[in-house]
Design a protein around this ligand. Structure first.
Ligand code: PHE
Length: 470
């Protein structure tokens, strides 16, 4: 039996302190769960529109580079910290700091991530709600024959209506709570095992359709022909920031998921697999979307409205638009769910451990609080659209509560947590402990990874971080 099939078929060997029913049942289960976390709105909503805004191929190339030199090393570091600690992110970091003779202040890295994931989920759920409501729009044929104004009004109407947004946000959160409350194996693994294959299926159907349109070549070359004259410094920084978001890094999520990873699984190979899956989904989403945009003479650089305003125009014009539009937004909903599940997990795991309450209650408390917080995002889109609570700080001028949450988590907390993670593993943890936990086949590869974590990753993140501050 090859090593891979062996890993796929053997059951978890548990580290100390963990019950068998609180471990992923196989390497494959972890890969699906971590890919589920990574593949989300970032891949299907954000990646296509930032690629569109930044001119295509050259941006994609830089993004791939960022995934390789920043994303993959940090993912390896996070999963490693989680598995070595074997507890919730906060307690894993406390444990690791003690075992390495370091200050317990390093726990701050986990706190940063746990708080960020909590805050992110509060608005992620609202956007997930838009996607659910668009499944309804697409299925009821309301895109058919609509012009840009009508579609714009549909989107504006949704955002302007706090009551409707609340309903979708609540449906989204209740579903996430129900899945997470049932526990790792009977809730999360089961849902993910169903949702991920569905996601790949829907995505392939969409790419298949795009391939049948006249503009597939044009979409393909938009994504893959590299023209550096279209690339700006801001584009490079966007690519790096997005590498974090899309791989779910800097939010304690991979530490939490790593804590459930069986000891016999190779962390490096697994992290590389997850990153490849995530990247493939983003590229396939681009291949599904841009041909439709070009075939209908629409603008690739339309910004955040690309899939909610531009794409519905294409669905409204094409034959089979009701079916493909519905499938597309269903795909978005599925992707959002598997990410949202992972965003709730770090807090739930901590509450279970710290407060000794059972998982069901912990999930209710955490999920309920996130739901409440989400109301601020819902209102930011309408009633509070002109409420700029931190306007006295220049960076927050004109920003609503939602804008502030998004900015602070994605541009400050995530890169800072990522930077500290690389520094902790690269410079402060005992090299021998890292080596043992990673158990890489080749010493050369291990040394290479440590070099990247020590120098390249911190340098790259620092550049983005400083740029974001100014
Ligand atoms: N990676 C997810 C996406 O691309 C978002 C996410 C970020 C999920 C951080 C979990 C943690 O949409």
């Amino acid at each position: 039996m090859s090593k891979l099939t062996q890993n796929l078929s053997t059951d978890a060997t548990e580290p100390q302190g963990r019950q068998a029913n609180t471990m992923w049942s196989s390497r494959m289960a972890f890969i699906l769960a971590a890919s589920g976390s990574a593949v989300g709105l970032g891949n299907i909503w954000k990646f296509p529109y930032i690629t569109g805004e930044n001119g295509g191929g050259a941006f994609v190339l830089v993004y791939l580079l960022c995934i390789s030199i920043v994303g993959i090393p940090i993912m390896i570091a996070e999963v490693m910290m989680g598995r070595a600690g074997g507890k919730s992110p906060i307690n894993s970091l406390r444990d690791l700091a003690q075992r390495n003779g370091l200050s317990t202040r390093w726990v701050g890295v986990a706190w940063l991530g746990v708080i960020a994931s909590f805050l992110i989920l509060s608005f992620y759920s609202v956007i997930g709600g838009w996607a659910i409501s668009y499944v309804g729009h697409a299925a009821s044929g309301s895109f058919a024959g609509a012009d840009a104004d009508a579609i714009g009004a549909m989107f504006g109407g949704l955002l302007g209506d706090a009551g409707t947004l609340m309903i979708w946000h609540s449906i989204f959160m209740v579903t996430v709570i129900m899945i997470v409350a049932r526990g790792l194996k009977s809730g999360m693994e089961k849902a993910i095992n169903l949702l991920m294959p569905l996601l790949f299926f829907l995505l392939l159907v969409m790419v298949g359709y795009a391939a049948s349109t006249s503009a597939f070549d044009q979409g393909f070359s938009f994504l893959f022909s590299v023209d550096f004259s279209k690339l700006t410094t801001a584009g490079v920084l966007t690519a790096l920031g997005h590498a974090f978001f899309t791989l779910s890094l800097g939010m304690a999520v991979m530490i939490a998921y790593g804590s459930y990873l069986p000891k016999n699984v190779s962390i490096a190979k697994t992290a590389v697999t997850v990153s490849i899956v995530d990247t493939l989904v983003a590229l396939l989403a681009g291949l599904a979307i841009f041909p439709l945009v070009f075939a209908n003479g629409l603008e690739p650089g339309a910004g955040p409205g690309l899939i909610f305003q531009t794409l519905p125009l294409a669905f409204g014009k094409m034959s089979g638009g009701v079916l493909f539009g519905t499938l597309f937004f269903a795909l978005l909903v599925v992707a959002a769910f598997t990410s949202a599940i992972s965003l709730l997990e770090p807090v739930v795991e901590w509450l279970e451990e710290k407060k000794g309450i059972n998982r069901f209650v912990a999930t209710l408390i955490a999920g309920g609080t996130v739901w409440l917080l989400g109301i601020a995002t819902v209102l930011s889109l309408n009633e509070w659209a002109n409420f700029h609570p931190l306007a006295f700080i220049p960076a927050f001028e004109g920003k609503t509560v939602f804008d502030i949450l998004d900015y602070v988590t994605s541009n400050l907390m995530m890169p800072l947590a990522g930077l500290l993670t690389a520094v902790l593993v690269g410079w402060f943890m005992k090299r021998e402990m890292v080596r043992q936990e990673l158990a890489m086949d080749s010493e050369g590869a291990f040394n290479g990874l440590m070099f990247v974590l020590k120098f390249l990753t911190p340098a790259a993140v620092m550049v983005v971080f400083i740029y974001n501050l100014i």
